[in-house]
Design a protein around this ligand. Structure first.
Ligand code: SAM
Length: 239
């Protein structure tokens, strides 16, 4: 069975949204993956179909109810066997390594929070893995879920062609990607670096590695420090 994403949301009409377009959208249309957006409200039990309530202990806003959300999770096919994620600014920051793991599995169930978030007891009771897409706060988990799904889908077999291969890009080797150029050969007085037009593949590879290393060291000292030691590198490491 192809990889599938099941999203639990109060706004199922937001999906597929941008995931229905371009690379992910073509792959969705051709059955390389599937997407199911389920309405959390369908699991509400009272006559007002309420999904949230005021926070225990007081404070602003509303919290998604544990009972409603747990029922929504339990109604998902094979929920117990799949990764169960909750998009959350408190979560562990998403990495390309985690994306690759998720892409290699059956496909996750993803809970999208709204308002002040969700009742802690459903996070604990259903063992939800909280995942953040960065240190800023969105108004809901849907765009974060789309981000995660998009990153996974492009790694699925058959989705990226040879022309858009992911083997060389940022994070694939612990480095940021080297600068890219295409025609025209001179743009506003700036030429494409000579080495890229030399036809010497070894020289091009060495230049790209050196550029990647310099950029990573400058912009992302955290990645640079954590980088696995490579046997051959484009330039000398400082430490
Ligand atoms: N009160 C929460 C807090 O301070 O941690 C923020 C809730 S936020 C307004 C509503 C929902 O948006 C969250 O439950 C989560 O699902 C989603 N969200 C917001 N920022 C996010 C981020 N950086 N990464 C992933 N999901 C996020």
């Amino acid at each position: 069975t192809p990889w599938r994403a099941t999203v639990l949301t109060l706004f199922p009409e937001m999906f597929p949204g941008p995931l229905g377009i371009s690379l992910a959208g073509r792959a969705l249309a051709s059955g390389l993956w599937s997407l199911e957006a389920r309405d959390i409200r369908a699991s509400a039990t009272d006559k007002h179909r309420s999904v949230d309530d005021t926070p225990a202990g007081g404070g602003p806003g509303m919290v998604l109810r544990a009972d409603v959300l747990a029922a929504a999770i339990d109604a998902v096919d094979a929920a117990a066997e799949r990764p169960r994620l909750m998009m959350s600014p408190r979560g562990r920051p998403l990495t390309q390594a985690r994306v690759a793991e998720l892409a290699a599995g059956p496909g996750p169930l993803i809970v999208c929070g709204r308002f002040e978030g969700i009742d802690q007891r459903v996070i604990d009771g259903r063992q939800l893995e909280e995942v953040s897409i960065g240190d800023y706060v969105l108004s809901g988990g849907e765009i974060a879920a789309m981000t995660l799904i998009d990153a996974c889908v492009r790694l699925l077999p058959g989705v990226m062609g040879k022309l858009e291969s992911g083997s060389d890009e940022s994070f694939s080797d612990g480095l940021l990607e080297y600068p890219q150029y295409t025609r025209p050969q001179v743009f506003e007085g700036r030429p494409i670096p000579d080495v890229l037009l030399s036809g010497d593949h070894a020289k091009v590879a060495a230049w790209r590695l050196a550029e990647s290393e310099a950029l990573t060291e400058k912009r992302r000292p955290d990645l640079w420090a954590a980088r696995p030691k490579a046997p051959e590198s484009g330039r000398k490491r400082k430490s």
